[in-house]
Design a protein around this ligand. Structure first.
Ligand code: ZN
Length: 294
């Protein structure tokens, strides 16, 4: 996989410097962004001028505006070159998904609204509740954002024995697949089924479709990233490694099919490779066939 020097997404937020939980960090910035959304650039300017005046008068702690004072700069120094490289990597992968899905949505006469990504460390606040590194990367439909703690890549390498750039890219593409489902209305339909006894089956169908979409993305990314067979095998191994049966074996030492939420390793690999083969957003129907055929 060749990714260095490729376009980087402008929709990836670096929140690694936020303090625990991200409850404080970015508070002032978040306020400014809200003001910007509501009142435009002039609103931001007005807020900054007002803030400056209040600060001069001693009525405002400048730390409030920079989002937690010292935390804004201090943690940056702790980032290793490897962390920095990973950050560039996820931005390149996100940009790749933006290009592919914008084109694929246009093909079916739809508009692809770009998702956001937030790179955090430890814990972060999301529209879906508090996100933590232990959860692995996830997509929150409430704020249409992919959340990722880059230490997950260590876990991918150590626990799941899936090193390699493209295995990491696949994991991101799967989360973006959930964004595709959000835009197409699929995830909302499934969410509405919560509480039904067969809800878990629908959740598995949703997960396998996200794998399918990751495959569609890989199909259209071959040229951009100069993918070869070993890259694809890497992604397949990752899909295999992080299937629910594998996760359960690792964490509980046994497999309980009823608790499946992502599908088995074999199912995940199969739907990913199906998407990879067809490259067609419309061939990923994981909902019509019977659950046993999935
Ligand atoms: Zn998923």
């Amino acid at each position: 996989m060749e990714w260095k020097g490729k376009r980087e997404s402008a929709n990836v937020q670096d929140a690694r410097g936020e303090r625990s939980g991200g409850m404080r960090g970015g508070g002032g910035l978040g306020l400014l962004m809200t003001i910007g959304r509501l009142f435009g650039f002039k609103g931001i300017l007005a807020a900054l001028v007002l803030g400056g005046v209040l600060w001069k008068m001693g009525l405002l702690d400048p730390g409030m505006l920079s989002g937690g004072g010292s935390s804004a700069s201090a943690p940056q120094a702790q980032l290793s070159p490897e962390d920095e490289e990973r950050f560039h990597f996820v931005k390149v992968v996100m940009a790749g998904t933006e290009d592919v899905w914008t084109e694929e949505f246009a093909r079916i006469g739809r508009n692809y609204e770009l998702p956001a990504m937030k790179v955090y460390r430890g814990q972060t606040r999301t529209a879906c509740g508090t996100g933590s590194a232990a959860m692995g990367p996830f997509y929150c439909p409430g704020d249409q954002t992919v959340y990722i703690d880059l230490s997950f890549f260590d876990e991918l390498r150590q626990t799941f024995k899936s090193p390699g750039d493209f295995a990491q890219a696949y994991v991101i593409a799967h989360e973006v697949g959930h964004h595709v489902q959000k835009l197409l209305g699929t995830s909302d339909k499934v969410a509405a089924m919560q509480g039904r006894p067969d809800y878990n089956e629908y959740s598995v169908r949703l997960e396998l479709q996200a794998d399918y979409y990751a495959g569609v993305w890989a199909n259209h990314s071959k040229q951009n990233f100069n993918l070869d067979r070993s890259d694809i095998e890497e992604a397949m191994r990752a899909a295999n490694a992080i299937g629910d049966d594998m996760i359960q074996k690792k964490t509980q030492g046994r497999v309980t099919p009823k608790a499946f939420t992502h599908g088995t390793a074999e199912q995940r690999m199969r739907w990913f490779s199906k998407g990879l083969q067809t490259g067609n957003i419309q061939d990923g129907d994981t909902f019509s066939m019977s659950y046993r055929e999935l």
